[in-house]
Design a protein around this ligand. Structure first.
Ligand code: SF4
Ligand code: SF4
Length: 362
């Protein structure tokens, strides 16, 4: 509790999102990172020659020494499980940055490897709360069309089933799914949500509004009223389900959804963003960004700062970008930034407490 408090209010970055690789075994229409995925080699496999100069395990380890204690780390990509050393990367962050909450976002296609690595991660880090996010975008045909992976739907369902079984004997493993809401999925996601719920594999279900610079730009043309309807449907399910996470977690999610919708409607920033300060994004090459949307605003590369994150964030280039963010010169609906904005801002705590109590009383 006290250590979490210090992490929230302490100076420096406390939430790291790290795209450990840009290699991917899919190529999704809505991918925000598609330019790097293309650069890394479309459909690259784990043992292929690595086209990009990804940070090595040794570099990651040195860099981790320079971080303050982290509240939370998300490893994504690309497909993170394509990295042979993913298990060690997790241990580095857990041991060196004292993070107790680490999530990995995966497309779920590499079943055998995901099960093997997750087992090792849990054995090596028994005190880590591990959250696996599997992306699922619709029924088989639509999912495979959007991801360009034939047979991918069955592979991810198999992975989810096995991880769900694993979670029954590991309290520190939580299985979640992310459903992307875009102009294509909006037509069938409501019915599909029922199918996902009926699987009973996922303790947490998230519906993310498409954002940024997707590969297919027309996917941004969403009907917000359908999104709001869907969010309400999900909320009702979560309030009535025994499978969902804690009341506090649900309260945070509710508030996050409300702010997301407000941002989408007003097309303004409706939250305090900590991009570039408490929350940073790092790519596989060591570039630091304030968030995944401002990919043209590189704060610096860790290789140029002797793998010292503090030095990098004190550079004039980094400070210039933090100033840009603090002056509210950008806006978005990115749920990760919105949720971080809630956690790192005590102004929201009474609202979260109130919502938590209401949920507990239901
Ligand atoms: S699986 Fe993820 S990283 Fe890979 S192409 Fe799809 S959205 Fe992008
Ligand atoms: S408001 Fe959005 S776009 Fe701007 S820095 Fe924060 S996360 Fe990035």
């Amino acid at each position: 509790m006290i250590s979490n408090f210090l992490k929230i209010f302490g100076y420096g970055p406390r939430y790291l999102i790290f795209t450990v690789t840009s290699r991917c075994n899919a190529f999704c229409d809505f991918c925000w990172n598609w330019e790097n995925v293309l650069d890394a080699g479309r459909f690259a496999q784990a043992n292929d020659k690595i086209a990009r100069n990804e940070l090595s395990l040794e570099e990651i380890s040195t860099l981790a020494d320079s971080f303050p204690a982290l509240l939370s780390v998300n490893l994504c990509g690309g497909e993170p499980f394509l990295r042979n050393d993913l298990v060690d990367i997790v241990s580095i962050f857990h041991n060196k940055t004292k993070t107790k909450h680490l999530s990995i976002s995966t497309n779920g296609f590499l079943t055998e490897r995901i099960i093997e690595y997750t087992t090792k991660i849990l054995i090596n880090n028994p005190k880590l709360n591990l959250r696996l996010f599997i992306s699922i975008d619709g029924p088989k045909k639509e999912h495979e069309q959007s991801r360009k992976v034939k047979g991918g739907f069955d592979m991810l369902l198999n992975t989810a089933r096995l991880l769900h079984d694993m979670s029954k004997s590991h309290d520190n493993l939580l299985l979640a799914c992310n459903i992307n809401f875009n102009s294509n999925t909006q037509h069938y996601i409501s019915d599909f949500l029922d199918e996902v719920i009926d699987l009973h594999y996922f303790t947490d279900i998230n519906i993310d509004l498409i954002r940024g610079n997707p590969f297919k730009k027309d996917l941004l043309n969403v009907d917000l009223s359908l999104f709001i309807k869907l969010k309400n449907k999900l909320k009702t399910h979560q309030e009535n389900s025994k499978d969902t996470p804690s009341s506090l977690y649900l309260a945070l999610g509710d508030l996050g959804s409300e702010i997301t919708i407000k941002c989408a409607q007003s097309e303004k920033r409706e939250f305090s963003c900590h991009g570039g300060s408490k929350m940073i994004v790092m790519d596989d090459l060591g570039n630091i960004w304030p968030c995944e949307l401002l990919m043209n605003k590189v704060m610096g590369n860790v290789r140029d700062f002797n793998y010292n994150i503090k030095k990098l964030l004190h550079s004039s280039q980094a400070k210039e970008i933090t100033k840009f963010v603090n002056e509210k010169k950008c806006h978005c609906t990115w749920e990760c930034a919105i949720n971080a904005g809630i956690v790192f801002n005590p102004f929201y705590y009474p609202i979260v407490l109130y919502k938590t109590i209401l949920k507990m009383l239901k």
